[in-house]
Every structure is written in structure tokens, then in C-alpha cells.
Design a protein around this ligand. Structure first.
Ligand code: CA
Length: 289
């Protein structure tokens, strides 16, 4: 083949392959903008921060084509309505704790934390290798969401009390912010359990609307300022041996995602889930990012 003919042929070949490839590339990497509502306030760099880290990873991995805007609790919907907002399609996804929805169905806490339940490693093992993902997918279908692991706080503390607790009788009539099924257990001891989102606890504790509150552990609790208004801190939080958070997705929106975006989203999750994101782990992640 003469040089001129070769160039001509190669040129046609290149043009043809470009013509075929271009639409495929455009189709597999469309520009998508989603909104994520978090159940957590921005003051918590651990829990809130995981949404920001997730969004940053997804954007970078798609050259900015897939953008997830993150909103703290209360910016779009209150922290405890994240699941409803995703199910209804108000937003495409959320970051939340499944036990907040115990009032809708007592099955929810099983995927998050139950009294004397699994620790972090056991919970992750159950999801990755023990069938929990399948069980949760089947269960949350009726709420129009699909979920992926979104971190774990590790074992939690027992909480902050305005007055010293010296005996079981001191719990009688005590109004306590406590999450999930633990409230049912404490109610047997006379406690009046309250479900409040993280950002709403401090004002309630300060005003005395609640007498006690449990949240996570020293690192997060101090950021919310509980030690200023409730000086007695007790442990352990036997109701939260390894509290699992989830990213939840509106099912039709999830199904619409191109396969490569689904793979990127799924790959972003173990950044938090496998290591856990509480306390030092998150700071380590931030430092190595
Ligand atoms: Ca808690």
C-alpha cells in the first residue's frame, strides 16, 4: 500500500470509529444532578462529612458529570424525614440511620442497631456476607428505596443526664432522647423516650424539654455541646453496639443510573463502610484524601 493511500484509509477508519464511539460515550456518561438530604447537622464532621466525601468522590470519578448536592437536616426536610423524602422522590438520595423509622415499622432498627445487637465488624459482615443486604432490599421496597451501607459509628455511649443517676428509680419519669428500639426498653424502667434529630437535641436539653440524651460518643457529642448543659455522662450505650448508617436511593432514580455510575456509587461506599467513619477514622480519611 502506498503511503498516501494508507493515510487515506486509516483516516477513514478513524473517522468511522469516532462516529460509532461518540454516541456510546455520551450515553454512558450523561450529566446528572442529584440532591442528597442528610439526617445530620453540618456541625458533625463525621456524620455530615460522609455525605460531602461521598459527593466529592462521585464527582471526581465521573469528571464532574455526576453531581450530588448535599443538604443538611432541615435544609430541605427535617432530619427524621429523610426516608420519606427519598421514597416520594423529593430528593434522589439521603444519608440516614434506619432506626429513626422504627415508628413506621419495627423492622428498620435491625439494619441499624438494636439493644445488645451486633458490633461494627459483625454488622458489616452480616451485610457483605450474611445476606442482610438482600433482606433490607426486600424490606425497603415498599418504601420505594434501595440502600447501601454508609458508615458505622462503632459502640456508643449511654448519654448525658442533667441530674446524677444513683439508682434505677431515678429513671422513673425521666424524659430521654434515645433512638430506635432502645426507647421501648427504657420505657419499661419508667423513662419517657423521645425521638429527636441530632441538631434538635441541644436546645431540648438546654430548655429541660428532655432530662437526658444519648447521641453517639465523646467526639460527636462534644461538638453538639451536651456537656455544657448535662454534666453527667454514662456508659455504655448497650443499645448501640455498632450503629450502621445508610445511603438510601429512590428506586426509579437508582434504576435510571447508567451501570458505570452505579459501580462508582457502590465503590464509594466502602470508603466509609469498611473502615467505619467515627472519630479518628474520618480524620485519617480526610488527611489521606
Ligand atoms: Ca445513639
Amino acid at each position: 500500500m502506498k503511503r498516501r493511500e494508507f493515510l487515506k484509509t486509516a483516516g477513514v477508519g478513524l473517522a468511522a470509529s469516532a462516529a460509532v464511539a461518540a454516541p456510546a460515550i455520551a450515553q454512558s456518561s450523561p450529566e446528572i444532578k442529584w440532591r442528597l438530604t442528610s439526617s445530620f447537622p453540618k456541625s458533625l464532621d463525621t456524620l455530615w462529612g460522609s455525605s460531602e466525601t461521598f459527593a466529592k468522590y462521585v464527582s471526581e470519578a465521573t469528571d464532574g458529570k455526576f453531581q450530588v448536592s448535599t443538604f443538611a437536616a432541615g435544609e430541605i426536610v427535617p432530619g427524621l424525614q429523610a426516608l420519606d423524602a427519598v421514597g416520594a422522590g423529593t430528593v434522589e438520595m439521603c444519608h440516614t440511620a434506619a432506626y429513626y423509622y422504627v415508628g413506621k415499622d419495627p423492622t428498620f432498627p435491625l439494619f441499624c442497631a438494636v439493644p445488645f445487637g451486633l458490633n461494627t465488624r459483625q454488622q458489616n459482615a452480616w451485610f457483605y456476607d450474611g445476606g442482610a443486604q438482600k433482606l433490607m432490599d426486600e424490606f425497603t421496597k415498599k418504601f420505594n428505596v434501595v440502600s447501601l451501607l454508609g458508615g458505622n459509628t462503632g459502640c456508643q455511649m449511654g448519654g448525658w443526664f442533667r441530674k446524677e443517676i444513683k439508682e434505677v428509680a431515678d429513671l422513673n419519669g425521666l424524659k430521654m432522647r434515645i433512638a430506635g428500639l432502645a426507647g421501648n426498653v427504657m420505657a419499661k424502667l419508667g423513662v419517657v423516650p423521645q425521638q429527636l434529630a441530632g441538631g434538635d437535641i441541644y436546645p431540648a436539653l438546654e430548655k429541660g424539654t428532655v432530662d437526658a440524651a444519648e447521641w453517639v460518643g465523646p467526639y460527636d457529642d462534644e461538638k453538639l455541646g451536651f456537656q455544657k448543659v448535662a454534666p453527667f455522662y454514662y456508659y455504655p450505650g448497650w443499645w448501640e453496639g455498632g450503629t450502621t448508617q445508610h445511603f438510601m436511593f429512590n428506586i426509579p432514580k437508582w434504576e435510571e443510573l447508567p451501570k458505570n455510575y452505579k459501580a462508582i456509587v457502590t465503590a464509594a461506599i466502602p470508603l466509609f463502610a469498611r473502615k467505619g467513619f467515627a472519630g479518628t477514622t474520618t480524620r485519617e480519611l480526610a488527611e489521606t484524601a
